[in-house]
Write a protein that binds this ligand. Sequence first.
Ligand code: F0G
Length: 455
Amino acid sequence: MKTIIEPFRIKVVEPIRLTTREERRALLAQAGWNLFGIHADDVIIDLLTDSGTSAMSAEQWAAVMRGDESYAGSPSFYRFESAVRDLMPFRHVIPTHQGRAAEAILFSIVGGPGKVVPSNTHFDTTRGNIEATGAEALDLVIPEAHDPDDPHPFKGNLDLARLERVLQEEGERVPLVMVTVTNNAGGGQPVSLANLRAAAQIAHSHGKPLIIDGCRFAENAWFIKCREPGQDARGVKEIVRDMFAAADGMTMSAKKDAFANIGGWLALNDDSLAAAARNRLILTEGFPTYGGLAGRDLDAIAVGLGEIVDEQYLRYRVRTNEYIGEKLTALGVPVVRPVGGHAVFVDARRFLPHIRPLEYPGQALAVALYEAGGIRACEIGTVMFGLRPDGSEVPADMDLVRLAMPRRVYTQSHADYLVEVFEELVLRRESLRGLRIVSQPPQLRHFTARFEPLS
Ligand code: F0G
């Protein structure tokens, strides 16, 4: 059969409310045209993030009931630890309440003024946690990643020549090398096994550990299986193990590729680094066998990790985004190609060339998607990145809108509905207008800024 169906059936449903266009116009005005201010109940299809929004399986809910809430030595922890180590064989697995907590602990130990941390592209919480210690976060993704039309199969790859140069020239300032799989901030693009191994070899030849930000490891492994020469006959689980065998540790948000609604971990091979991390964990998260989570969350993660490496699931997962990407491309809507593992990124600057970057074409498109169809997406562009610490504004590299797909939540007809909403916007794209900001905080303005449409 050529149709790739959703490989699950629906046992519990959550009704979604179809608001009217008039209601949505009023809700947008109330929220200052900022989609973070809209109540989720007033959203029909919520593509704001794929983080913590997965549908858990019947087995995960059963595991939640098995969760044991002992303060120390809970069996839930040992099930969690063994599920992690089945895929990522690190010596120490340290649970945290979510990904950024693992980052904060790691960089509170190895960061600090004068340090430099290279990565393909740091996610904003990773960058934030590095910079909060006074260190510098350095992005070294390959140049192809900056061209939305370049069909390179592994646009998340690290630029190995630049990595080698940074380590030669500033090696003593570099505590570790990071690689994010898939590269979320670069469009959800994968990193090849060859690139991971080569990055590890370079890092190790300078005596530095390689740490993987593994949030979307299973999607990355699926891309390796489909796109990397010599990998297609191999199992995803085997590929996952190879990815992590190249590394010395990882940070993880279980809210992505573990199908959990909360959770994360820091895993390390180095005993003394792990001991320092556990000391920090006890101060900020909790005892090392629960680390900021309930036992039931640890059990949900343990089961989720077994489910995420299912190849039928991954085929359907990646196909959903390709399907949306193909339909949008056919409509003439420019999308970042190849489409990412967890999201489709629309190039709003090219879709709305009459809206200048400082009038926020990404925000204009995100607002239009909500007004026309009740769909919530996320601007990743000048609103998010354009405000400098001195209060001045510059256009971001690109003005994108991310359509992030929650896992196992929406069906093909939801995808078709999304495409139909775009169909309407294509017909009246010249009528869409930019916005101006009427109030904003000094940092991370995209969460709380208030806008007004330009007439
Ligand atoms: N690393 C990457 C690559 C991420 O995408 C995220 C979160 C984190 C780290 C932090 O994890 O949220 O559990 O603290 N990304 C979400 C998103 C928020 O919408 O892309 P967390």
